[in-house]
Design a binder for this molecule. Sequence first.
Ligand SMILES: Nc1nc2c(c(=O)[nH]1)N[C@H]1C(S)=C(S)[C@@H](COP(=O)(O)O)O[C@H]1N2
Ligand SMILES: [Mo]
Length: 162
Amino acid sequence: MRPAIALIVVMFLSSSVAAPADNSVSVALAGLDGQQSTLTLSELDALPRVKITTNEHGTQHVFEGALLGDVLAKVGAPAGKAIRGIELTNVVLIEARDGYKVALDLAGTDAATRKDRVIVANRMDGSSLDASRGPFQLIVEGDLRPARAIRMISAIRILRLR
Ligand SMILES: Nc1nc2c(c(=O)[nH]1)N[C@H]1C(S)=C(S)[C@@H](COP(=O)(O)O)O[C@H]1N2
Ligand SMILES: [Mo]
């Protein structure tokens, strides 16, 4: 009887600890001039929400998150008219927990520059992303194949090529 009660107490405690632990998972952010920050799920949820419908191997999904540009604002990334001249050589490098990496040109991710949006998503079809995708996944609107839809994002950095 006693070990069973102890087991139930341990299960209860670990399940109640699991919820806040999920929000402690964050993405490391780095700007062009040494700025460093992190992005938590609650910070992502607080940004203006954007929904993008994708077609992954013939299956339609609705992803929801925030514009990559709104996330990169946390580390002072140039946006809109500030992306001109030499700033057009900036690259966004996104890395995942499994070592997968994707590079995008910063101008191509800017909502004032391109109609197709790039978001950091944390929900798919109304639910939080599971461990194999999330908590954070990149979605590039208009991509015909999902190779750049990097799952399990761990870090997002802006780099100067010059
Ligand atoms: N972290 C991570 N993201 C990733 C991948 C990956 O291997 N690791 N594969 C990419 C590719 S090539 C595709 S087609 C889509 C879907 O991959 P899946 O079929 O392995 O789910 O996720 C993309 N995002
Ligand atoms: Mo792929």
